[in-house]
Ligand binder design. Structure first.
Ligand SMILES: Nc1ncnc2c1ncn2[C@@H]1O[C@H](COP(=O)(O)OP(=O)(O)OP(=O)(O)O)[C@@H](O)[C@H]1O
Length: 324
C-alpha cells in the first residue's frame, strides 16, 4: 500500500464538481458550496469535470496523489463515475477512500437511501460529522459493440423499458429540451413506444422468469427515476440485489396505482414481481439495453454480481441509527 503523498494532508478532501449536473446547478451553486465548505472547516481542493468520464480520471489521479477523501458534487452520474474511478485505481482498496456527495443533480436518487439532505448546507454539515457506512457495489458485465465490458454500480440498474426512458431523456436533452417535466415526458413517451421482449432471468443459478418482460430493475439502493421507490426493500450492505420484474402492463392500470411507485408499496401492483439474489443473469430476444445509475451502457446478455461492503460513504446519522 502506498502512503499518502506528503503534500496532501490526512483530512484534506478532493471535490469533483460536475458543472452541468442539474442543468447547470453544479456550476451555479459552486461558489456557495465552496463558502459553506470553508465555514465548516472542510479543507478541500476542487476541480471541475470537463467532459463525460472525466470524473473517473480525476478520481484515479486524486487517489494516486494521496487523497483519501473525495466529494462528488453532482448527480448520480457523477457519483457513478467517481465510484468507477475508485475501482480502477490500484493504490488502495476502494473502501479506504471516504466518499461524500453534495447532490446538485436532477434525480439525486442515491442520497435518498441514506438520508443525505438535498440542501447543500445540510449535506455539508453531514460531511463534517463524517458518519460513514460500508455499502455494497454491483458489478455488471454487458455487451457493447460486440465486446464484453464491465462497470460498477452504486445504486440502481435498469434494463428494457427503464433503459429506453434514459435513452429518450438523453435524446431530448441533446435536442436542447429542458425543464422539470422532461423526465416525466420521457417516461410517458417511452411507455407507448417500447415493446416488451421475451426475457429470461436467472437468480443465483435458478431460472426465475421466462416470459415477455417490460422492464427489470436491480438495486443496491431503493430509489430511481427521481424518487420512485422501485426497490423498497433493498438493503445496501446485505450482499444482495433486490430485483423488480415488471410484466407487460396497461397504461391505465399503472396510472391508477401511480402513488404506489412512491410510497414503498410497488409490489402491491400485481404485474410487478420481486426477487433477490447475489448473482443475476439476463438474456433477451431481441436484445435489450441497460442503464446503470442513470447512465446508458450496452445491452444483453447481462451478468450482475455483488461486492459486499466495498466502498465507504458518508451518510446521515439518522440512517445509521435506523440500521442499528
Ligand atoms: N463538463 C462536462 N460537460 C458535459 N458533460 C459532463 C461534464 N462533466 C460531467 N459530465 C457528464 O454529465 C452527466 C450528467 O451528470 P449527473 O448525472 O451527475 O447529473 P444529472 O444528470 O443532472 O443528475 P442525476 O443523474 O442525479 O439525474 C454525466 O454523464 C457526466 O459524465
Amino acid at each position: 500500500m502506498v502512503a499518502s503523498s506528503p503534500h496532501v494532508e490526512e483530512h484534506q478532501w478532493f471535490a469533483i464538481v460536475n458543472p452541468v449536473a442539474g442543468n447547470g446547478r453544479g456550476l451555479d451553486e459552486f461558489p456557495r458550496i465552496s463558502k459553506l465548505l470553508r465555514e465548516q472547516q472542510i479543507h478541500c481542493e476542487a476541480v471541475f469535470s470537463e467532459h463525460k468520464f472525466h470524473a473517473v480520471e480525476l478520481t484515479v489521479e486524486a487517489v494516486r496523489r494521496g487523497y483519501r477523501r473525495i466529494i462528488a458534487v453532482g448527480g448520480d452520474g457523477t457519483l457513478h463515475e467517481v465510484v468507477n474511478g475508485l475501482f480502477i485505481q490500484q493504490v488502495v482498496p476502494p473502501s479506504e477512500v471516504l466518499l461524500a456527495v453534495i447532490a446538485v443533480g436532477s434525480g439525486n436518487d442515491w442520497i435518498r437511501m441514506f438520508g443525505i439532505p438535498q440542501n447543500c448546507a445540510d449535506a455539508i454539515r453531514a460531511i463534517r460529522e463524517e458518519h460513514s457506512f460500508l455499502q455494497d457495489v454491483g458489478v455488471v458485465s454487458y455487451e457493447e459493440a460486440k465486446y464484453r465490458q464491465s462497470r460498477y454500480m452504486v445504486n440502481v440498474a435498469g434494463a428494457g423499458y427503464e433503459a429506453q426512458v434514459v435513452r429518450c431523456f438523453n435524446h431530448l436533452k441533446k435536442k436542447g429540451r429542458r425543464g422539470r417535466w422532461l423526465y416525466t415526458w420521457s417516461v410517458i413517451r417511452s411507455f407507448f413506444r417500447y415493446k416488451p421482449t421475451g426475457t429470461k432471468v436467472w437468480v443465483d443459478g435458478k431460472r426465475v422468469y421466462n416470459d415477455l418482460l417490460l422492464s427489470i430493475a436491480l438495486g443496491v439502493g431503493k430509489y430511481n427515476g427521481g424518487g420512485i421507490q422501485q426497490l423498497p426493500d433493498a438493503v445496501a450492505d446485505d450482499g444482495m440485489f433486490d430485483i423488480s420484474l415488471v410484466r407487460p402492463i396497461h397504461f391505465w392500470h399503472i396510472i391508477f396505482r401511480f402513488h404506489k411507485l412512491f410510497n414503498g408499496k410497488i409490489y402491491e401492483i400485481r404485474h410487478i414481481l420481486r426477487e433477490r439474489g447475489g448473482t443475476i443473469r439476463i438474456e433477451s430476444s431481441p436484445e435489450i439495453e441497460v442503464e446503470l445509475d442513470g447512465e446508458l451502457l450496452g445491452h444483453t446478455p447481462l451478468e450482475f454480481t455483488m461486492l459486499r461492503r466495498a466502498i465507504r460513504v458518508v451518510v446521515s446519522r439518522e440512517f445509521l441509527e435506523s440500521m442499528e
